[in-house]
Design a protein around this ligand. Structure first.
Ligand code: UDP
Ligand code: MG
Length: 308
């Protein structure tokens, strides 16, 4: 029977939490009294995650598993979950229990009263480093501005999404996937559900700085072309400063003062730095265009459980 709810859970090296996650999710979903499936996407874990998932699936036909041939990252794991989910509503939730499953019934209520997307909005984030809190705060401000308010603040991927919106996001072919942005971009009625984010149940974060920067760039580059205009603005500024510098040097020369070359050299260096930054920025856009043009599959499935 086609489930009403699909719960998508991306898992990367989650051997310490996954059984507890399944227990909590099952408690909540069974309590809702409608047909459901829990879809675990094993994102190329190197620990015992897949073994445990196989075991869970063997004991529970509602637990389904899609396993990747290698690690492809959180956003792609969730995208695969959306591809396989059969439910009328799809819930996206992290495996580490930072997003409380107990909020799902509340999300479902908003959904039933007409919202196509119900997204969790973090009020407090326990157990996160100061660095993460500060960078997240700055990032959300910047991206909110760059996208003219499209992407709501303090919003992660924890959400319930109606089938209509799931199908539209599935048809969006971009390889650099910033899902919270893609859902926002689609529109329809979107409702925030404020919640306190819990600390990780066990294990460690799989979002080191490098992955965080990549996700942050995917968000900005995927949803705004404003950064490309930096070249214009700083170019105009530098041209003006260069003109001033030339005048100053000319005056100095006329007065017989030498040594202005140092001044010029430092100006040149800043200008070169500026040029390289603009070039690198343009490269971010070109690289993503190239990835999309090559059009390789987003992920390769190596194994599944309880999926026909
Ligand atoms: N995750 C994944 N692939 C990755 C990294 C993370 O599927 O390459 C999953 C991970 O198992 C978890 C979710 O994405 O369910 C969020 O990751 P994590 O909790 O490590 O990130 P944080 O909450 O610290 O930002
Ligand atoms: Mg987490």
């Amino acid at each position: 029977m086609r489930p009403v709810y699909s719960v998508v859970v991306p898992c990367y090296n989650e051997e310490e939490v996954i059984r507890e996650t399944h227990r909590r999710l099952t408690d909540v979903m069974a309590g809702m009294g409608e047909e459901y499936e829990i879809l675990y996407v094993n994102d190329g874990s190197r620990d015992k995650t897949m073994m445990i998932l196989r075991d869970i699936a063997a004991g529970d036909p509602r637990a389904k598993v899609v396993s990747f041939a290698r690690n492809r990252g959180h956003q792609i794991a969730v995208s695969a979950g959306l591809d396989y989910a059969l439910g009328d509503a799809v819930v996206i939730i992290d495996a580490d229990l930072q997003d409380p499953p107990e909020l799902i019934p509340q999300m479902a209520e908003y959904w039933k009263s007409g919202s196509q997307v119900v997204y969790g909005q973090r009020l407090h984030r326990a157990g996160e480093s100061r660095f993460k809190l500060l960078t997240a705060e700055i990032y959300y401000k910047v991206i909110n501005r760059l996208t003219d308010g499209l992407i709501p603040r303090d919003t992660g991927d924890f959400r319930l999404v109606d089938r209509t919106v799931v199908d539209i996001v599935k048809s969006m072919p971009e390889h650099s996937r910033f899902l919270r942005g893609m859902f926002a971009w689609v529109g329809f009625k979107q409702t925030p559900l404020p919640y306190d984010r819990a600390p990780r149940y066990a294990g460690q974060t799989h979002y080191p700085l490098k992955k965080m920067v990549r996700l942050a760039l995917d968000g900005i580059v995927g949803f705004s072309v404003k950064p490309l205009k930096i070249a214009y603005y700083t170019g105009i500024l530098w041209a003006f400063l260069g003109f001033l510098a030339a005048l100053v040097l000319l005056v100095l020369l006329c007065c017989g003062v030498s040594g202005g070359m140092w001044w010029l050299a430092s100006l040149m260096m800043v200008l070169t730095g500026n040029l390289l930054i603009c070039l690198g920025l343009a490269g971010e856009y070109i690289g993503r265009t190239f990835e999309d043009a090559r059009n390789r599959p987003l992920y390769i499935v190596a194994a599944t459980c309880n999926i026909d």
